[in-house]
Design a protein around this ligand. Structure first.
Ligand code: PEP
Ligand code: MN
Length: 348
């Protein structure tokens, strides 16, 4: 499918009241960059007891607003059950999205694709929380097989056992792999759910543009601090406007060497960012080890452990085709930093 680029989807995490919906829809429909307004109406909550969305009531308000507003607005909502699909279609929704937790469940994806069979609207498919490109591709294929022509993937980051400062780690290599496997499929980035807080959203959006994503899905709320869901990561319409104005859009047709170089460099930047986060997590572990060693009155430097570690790392490096001398020198540096950190820690 061909999209206006960058394709910008913006709107609240959840519809909370008619007033909140009207305010945000009026604000966002005045921004020409915004193509689609996202409105969560059924909210998947990790634990029970929180705000679970207004369901059909919100869909009704959206349908009424669509009639009342002078300009045409397109709406998207999340669907997680076939009954949601029926209601969303009944109220004339333009686009539906499949949330991360649903993508993880092929039975549900199959049911949703059956409920949507032959629909001419657009389906956005978020990646599953686990870093598994196959699961993401499988969901896309199920909708494709149900005759849905307008499919768009949404990268919302991955839930790792040890997240690196983000709510959901970006692991950019996964959407890059999706692009390689399905080159005609548009991919949006959802920096709001990757970040979990406001500050990194602009930088993540730029990285997505540098990597050739087709657009962004960003959570926007008239009063983010008081939002009923995802308050920390929602931004105001003014902040969105500023973000979009400062975004550098890159061409992806890699016509010139310069553009190819730019794309490769931003991929290197993203990998370096991951390397630094991994080093920070490793230093953290070294501190914890120092405490355990101090409790057992053990020496910081344990030659047996260091020899076997170096041996294992060099063998693993060799399998990956990395130069052994380079990897040896790198781990000697990393190890001596770990010894320094532990020595400092036991002094304090
Ligand atoms: C959302 O978009 O509000 C949402 C619940 O996102 P995700 O499925 O990515 O967690
Ligand atoms: Mn949300």
């Amino acid at each position: 499918m061909t999209l206006k680029k960058p394709y910008i989807v913006a709107g609240p995490c959840s519809v909370e009241s008619r007033q909140q919906l009207e305010t945000i829809v009026k604000q966002l429909s005045a921004l020409e960059e915004v193509s689609l307004i996202r409105c969560g109406v059924w909210k998947p909550r990790t634990r029970p007891g929180g705000f679970e969305g207004l369901g059909v009531t919100a869909l009704q308000w959206m349908a009424e607003l669509r009639q009342q507003l002078p300009c045409k607005v397109a709406f998207a909502c999340e669907v997680a059950r076939p009954e949601h699909v029926d209601a969303a279609l009944h109220y004339g929704i333009d686009t539906v999205w499949v949330g991360a937790r649903t993508t993880a469940n092929p039975f549900l994806v199959q049911e949703l694709s059956e409920a949507l069979r032959g629909w001419e609207g657009t389906v956005l498919i978020k990646n599953a929380p686990s870093p598994d490109v196959q699961l993401w591709m499988g969901a896309i294929e199920r909708f494709h097989q149900a005759g849905i022509k307008n499919l768009i993937a949404v990268h919302r980051g991955f839930d790792l056992y040890q997240n690196d400062g983000y709510r959901n780690s970006p692991l950019w290599e996964i959407p890059i792999e999706l692009r390689r496997s399905m080159p005609d499929l548009p991919i949006l980035c959802d920096p709001s759910h990757i970040a979990g807080k406001r500050e990194p959203i602009a930088k993540l959006s730029q990285t997505a543009m540098d990597l050739g994503f087709d657009g962004l899905m960003i959570e926007v709320h008239p009063d983010p601090d008081n939002a009923l869901t995802d308050a920390a990561q929602q931004i105001t319409t003014d902040a969105l406007h500023l973000l979009l104005q400062t975004l550098t859009i890159r061409s992806t047709d890699s016509g010139t060497l310069d553009e190819q170089l730019q794309l490769l460099r931003s991929q290197i930047d993203s990998l370096d960012d991951q390397l630094l986060h991994i080093l920070a997590a490793r230093s953290d572990k070294a501190m914890q080890i120092a405490q355990v060693k101090a409790q057992g009155n053990m020496a910081v430097f344990q030659p047996g452990r260091w020899d076997s570690l170096l041996h294992q790392r060099m063998a693993a490096a060799d399998e990956l085709g990395l130069d052994k001398d380079f990897v040896k020198a790198l781990f000697e540096k990393i190890h001596s930093e770990s010894v320094r950190i532990q020595t400092e820690a036991i002094k304090n």
